[in-house]
Design a binder for this molecule. Structure first.
Ligand code: AMP
Ligand code: MG
Length: 686
């Protein structure tokens, strides 16, 4: 179910009427209906804007459509203000309070006077509001912050996190929002009475209309030439929100800020701004005949961005999956100071010589709530027990004799000996997993230890795997003369699985452009990337490259690599395509070297170079200059040996090998015992 049929994002203005022709400092509105974003709406003053909103909501309500309306001003004030102003902590009471007192016309309003009155009542006329935008003096409203006293916090929690926001106390000046709040909330208060509205995050969102607070600058940068900034920002914000799936929208709306309110999307900026891949994201420099491997890799690293969706999942199910956001400790580890050994606890270290301390009855064991130990006494403690109050030092039980109600031991024992400090491992709020990391067993342990249950993970990248070629049949089928079995599909599916993605078998297609087109079209809504093999060069029967060429999205990669032939890279209906050569050896090498790191980025992971090792060669070879070579190789007796034949059709060599030897671009004369770079298959995740 979609949460909202219509998305409306309003950039409010506290200024006066801006005239008939569209200009800045007016009210601008972005609208998206059923996924279609419309031209931004220009509204020259607040009275017109209110009328426009009434007619929009009337229309949407009568057609039974659910509407999300965003406004770019705070819905609440820093903690304490609501109560002081209205006698209630309910922020919606402030809305009504303003609605009763604000007098607004296209030529101006009484907000400065009202701010002065509030100041006189709550802050001796020295705050919380400041900045008088009028010529005349206003009693109680300071012009500057000199002598300013604010009885309330300067910022809301959300504003502390959203860098660049203005406080709601500053009544004027470039970028100030206080005037927008005072002139905007009365309008929202009236709309709320007239329509079936839920206000986020103060109310349950079960109404036909939902109001949310937005701040477009959170996720939208400067406007391109020819655009008015506000018009651009509302349009982009509308698109970003309209593009969210219902479940992601629900996650972003699940916010607990009952008094101050919140800014929609705070903490989800990266997800909201994820740019679509550009059609030319695989373009290589013009005029270069053979692109060096590293240059091609750098381009992939720079241009690709994550496309895998995000979901909330149980932390314990996260093994091998990618963290979509920083994972932050819910609680310190250890949460309290505790004992690292079985022994006796007391306060303070002891110097050299013999010591004795009266022993309390009872003991402190792991799981016990910490009790109290009077000074000069000791208590029996067991590993993991939280230290009782009055205990900061533990002596090992093996070092103690226990006689007649006291313990005896010889010093020295340092203060803090045999104890663990609270938070010595992890403190609350510390990032324990960086975004983009694939979770390991140890990550599951630290997440559990710090109390995490639900985390944000990337959904596995779905990789559609397709073979092309008239000559192909599947193993087990009847093969007539001239036909060969499709070796690439099972290989590529296995590689994709080993990389941690989800392969989607798209079968085989003959060398027929129409069939290929239909197959790609049918799949592109359900996969995040295509891995095709065959037909990637520039020949008559190379339909993968020809098809991408037709839509102007082909980059034919001629890379200085052996084995390898041209690769056809491109974007098909927004989905990246890695068109591999048909030859299985080249297909596998190109997958390991190019598609693997590229897909990791698409999956939301980190760019990674495979770990290689300098090892003595067990072979000799003279290598020509100009391209990088990968040899099928394995380690035996401390040396790396290579497969006898470099023939690129020899799948048996891929299977014989346990890794690759990478020979750099310059010419080389490798002799037995020379150091060469060996990359085990394991370094590619295999
Ligand atoms: P192509 O890149 O389409 O020109 O194919 C290059 C070579 O790889 C040809 O000898 C093809 O028969 C062979 N080939 C293409 N696809 C596959 C496949 N899926 N399995 C095995 N060999 C293939
Ligand atoms: Mg072919």
């Amino acid at each position: 179910m979609t949460l909202f049929d219509t998305i409306v994002m309003v950039d409010w203005s506290s200024g006066n009427d801006t005239g008939p022709s569209p200009r800045k400092d007016a009210i601008w509105v972005g609208v998206s209906r059923n996924g279609q974003t419309e031209e931004p709406v220009y509204l020259r003053n607040r009275q017109l804007a209110e009328k426009w909103l009434v007619s929009l909501l009337t229309q949407e309500q009568s057609s039974g459509r659910r509407v999300l309306v965003g406004f770019d001003f705070p819905f609440g004030y820093p903690a304490g203000f609501a109560k002081a102003l209205t006698g209630s902590s309910d922020p919606l009471m402030i809305w009504d309070w303003f609605e009763e007192r604000i007098v607004d016309t296209p030529k101006g309003n009484n907000r400065f006077d009202l701010a002065g009155k509030v100041n006189l009542g709550l802050g001796d006329g020295k705050g919380p509001f400041w900045f008088n935008g009028l010529r005349r003096e206003i009693v109680g409203l300071p012009r500057t912050k000199t002598g300013y006293v604010n009885p309330f916090p300067d910022r809301r929690k959300a504003e502390e996190l959203a860098k660049g926001t203005f406080t709601c106390w500053q009544m004027g000046g470039a970028g100030a929002v206080a005037g927008q709040v005072m002139s905007g909330l009365p309008v929202l208060a009236r709309l709320r009475r007239q329509f079936d509205v839920a206000v986020w995050p103060f109310q349950t969102l079960d109404k036909a209309v939902t109001f949310v607070e937005i701040w477009p600058s959170l996720t939208v940068g400067p406007a391109p030439d020819g655009w008015i900034k506000d018009a651009w920002q509302v349009t982009e914000t509308t698109k970003q929100i309209a593009a969210l799936s219902s479940d992601r929208l629900a996650v972003m709306l699940a916010v607990d800020a009952p008094e101050e309110g919140w800014i929609f999307g705070l903490g989800f900026e990266a997800e909201l701004t994820a740019p679509p891949l550009r059609n030319d994201c695989f373009a290589l420099p013009q005029g270069v005949h053979w692109t060096p491997v590293n240059e091609a890799l750098t381009l992939l690293q720079e241009r690709l961005t994550p496309v895998a969706k995000i979901e909330t999942a149980r932390a314990e199910t996260g093994l091998g999956r990618i963290a979509a956001a920083a994972i932050v400790a819910n609680r310190a580890n250890p949460p309290l100071p505790n004992t690292a050994v079985d022994g006796y606890g007391f306060a303070g270290g002891r110097g050299r010589g013999a010591h004795s301390l009266p022993l309390l009855r009872g003991r402190a064991a792991a799981g016990d709530a910490p009790g109290v130990v009077p000074d000069g006494h000791a208590i029996r403690v067991l590993t993991g027990a939280a230290l009782p109050e009055g205990v900061d030092t533990v002596v090992l039980q093996e070092d103690v004799v226990h006689v007649a109600g006291e313990i005896r031991f010889s010093g020295p024992v340092k203060t803090g000996a045999n104890t663990r400090q609270a938070g010595e491992d992890v403190i609350q709020g510390q990032t324990i997993v960086e975004p983009g990391r694939r979770l390991t067993a140890a990550d599951l342990a630290i997440m559990a230890a710090t109390g995490l249950r639900d985390i944000e993970l990337r959904k596995p990248l779905k990789v559609g795997i397709l073979s092309t070629g008239d000559e192909l049949v599947d193993a087990g089928e009847d093969a007539v003369a001239g036909q060969i079995y499709d070796a690439n599909r099972p290989m590529l599916a296995a590689l994709v699985t080993a990389f941690g993605h989800e392969p989607v078998d798209l079968g085989r297609v003959p060398d027929d452009r129409g069939v290929l087109r239909r197959r790609l079209n049918a799949a592109c809504a359900s996969v995040d990337a295509f891995l095709t093999s065959g037909g990637a060069s520039a020949g008559d029967e190379d339909h993968v490259s020809a098809l991408l060429q037709e839509v102007g999205a082909l980059s034919l990669w001629r890379i200085a690599i052996k084995p390898g032939r041209p690769l056809a890279l491109g974007i098909w209906q927004g989905v990246p395509v890695f068109g591999l050569p048909g030859n299985p050896v080249a297909a596998m090498i190109c997958t390991l070297i190019f598609a693997r790191p590229a897909m990791e980025i698409l999956a939301g992971g980190r760019w990674s170079e495979p770990q290689g090792f300098q090892v003595p060669a067990g072979f000799s070879k003279s290598k020509k200059a100009g391209r990088r070579e990968y040899l099928r190789a394995r380690m035996r007796d401390g040396k790396v040996e290579v497969f006898a034949s470099e023939g690129s059709g020899r799948i048996s060599g891929l299977a014989w090998a346990e890794g690759l030897v990478e020979l750099p671009e310059p010419a080389g004369d490798i002799k037995i015992g020379d150091l060469v770079r060996y990359i085990p298959y394991r370094s590619f995740g295999l």
